[in-house]
Design a protein around this ligand. Sequence first.
Ligand code: ADP
Length: 496
Amino acid sequence: MTSIQLETPSTGKYTQPTGLFINNEWVKGVDGKSLETINPSTEQVICSVAEATEKDVDIAVAAARKAFDGEWRKVTPESRGKMLVKLGDLIDENLETLAAVEALDNGKSLGMAKGDVAAVAACLRYYGGWADKIEGKVIDTNPETFTYTRPEPIGVCAQIIPWNFPLLMWAWKIGPAVATGNTVVLKTAEQTPLSALVAADLIKKAGFPPGVINIISGFGKVAGAALSSHMDVDKIAFTGSTVVGRQIMKAAAGSNLKKVTLELGGKSPNIVFDDADIENAISWVNFGIFFNHGQCCCAGSRVYVQSGIYDKFVERFKVRALANKVGDPFTADTFQGPQVSQLQFDRIMGYIDEGKKAGATVVTGGERHGDKGYFIQPTIFSDVKEDMKIMQEEIFGPVCSIAKFETEEEIIKTGNSTIYGLAAAVHTSNLNTALRVANSLRAGTVWINSYNMLHHQIPFGGFKQSGIGRELGEAALANYTQNKSVSIRLGDALFG
Ligand code: ADP
């Protein structure tokens, strides 16, 4: 069996594929293994899906290789683009179901999940538009030579994605890879396999030939490790923790030196100056840390507030955070659902205990919410010292650490004081301050008077240990192409 009937609270019954999607077919794993996925709101098992082992990875990679060397090469860029646009449109047509499955499996609120699915469709269409705009150059070195460059696809790309935005990461990865003519084996996170499988069912309908996009469920240490060390994978793209990113790079180095791009962790500073519009800043700081239950690599988890407004800010932010409705993802006004898993729940509660023990002040929260499901109260710590773990380490949960600062010079130094460099934000009404600080922060994205304004047209990625390469925008195309220079000798003079 490679599908089952399931039900979501908002859309009723639907068909949930449970197999591995290889060569445009649903297949069972060779070893017949399966993995269970849990509803984080209820802690109940939703269903089991086929678990890919090394043998399935070999089969999927072989399918992608055959497609890359065969039929896919003959498809014109225009047709590749049309397929991606069609896939985007099919995603839109299935938005309600996909969003409901995402809310069920990941725990994010249905409203947020709908936003994610709309962004998935837009991202795929955007990269569909790029497919026939991948162009090289003519380089003039001397009258006897004609040289041109061709950006060519890299080949078989393995893509490993996390559980915080299961469908969005699917689109961020598949879009640029396929637009540029590569083939793909994508492994979803073991915590959230379901929505990607529902979306995979649309790949064949969108017209992609067999083997171009293969989607597998499986564990990181098994299928993920097999992809990273595979001798016939030409490139690996990963989004997840810095710890695993490091392992993937090692596996790439130890096998065939496959190309590596990484989008990793963060501990992003969100800086509020005295002259900021305080209510606006509080809204963005709230959204910056509590959006997606704090499970964002770019979460604004280090909040620095200038001393003139510090006390007022903390007091008003507390009121704002208490207004974030925590609860069932399928209830209309829910802002924050459960954390994704018991493991994440325990990790976050461990950090909260650390913060309490280290002497930071609990402004609000600090406990679990309810007695069932992985819910945690939106938590704010104030007076957090730089050397506390809750100020230095990525918590990946609804936990905000606040500290006071005095001067611009000081906050630039402190803002840059972690190993990460994914994102940052500055809140001020002074344009000069905003730009000076934005230019001085070592981060791949800086938002001014806002937060989390991600868009498929805007490159996103990390400085320092937050990653290698950029996702989204035109920049992501570079991750999936390699340049070939072709030189033609025009003159007839004999060499030498
Ligand atoms: P988190 O800690 O948030 O669960 P991870 O970085 O562990 O994030 O997981 C992100 C993705 O990386 C998942 O798809 C997971 O299966 C995969 N993964 C985990 N460990 C490995 C590994 N050793 N090699 C390859 N992929 C891995």
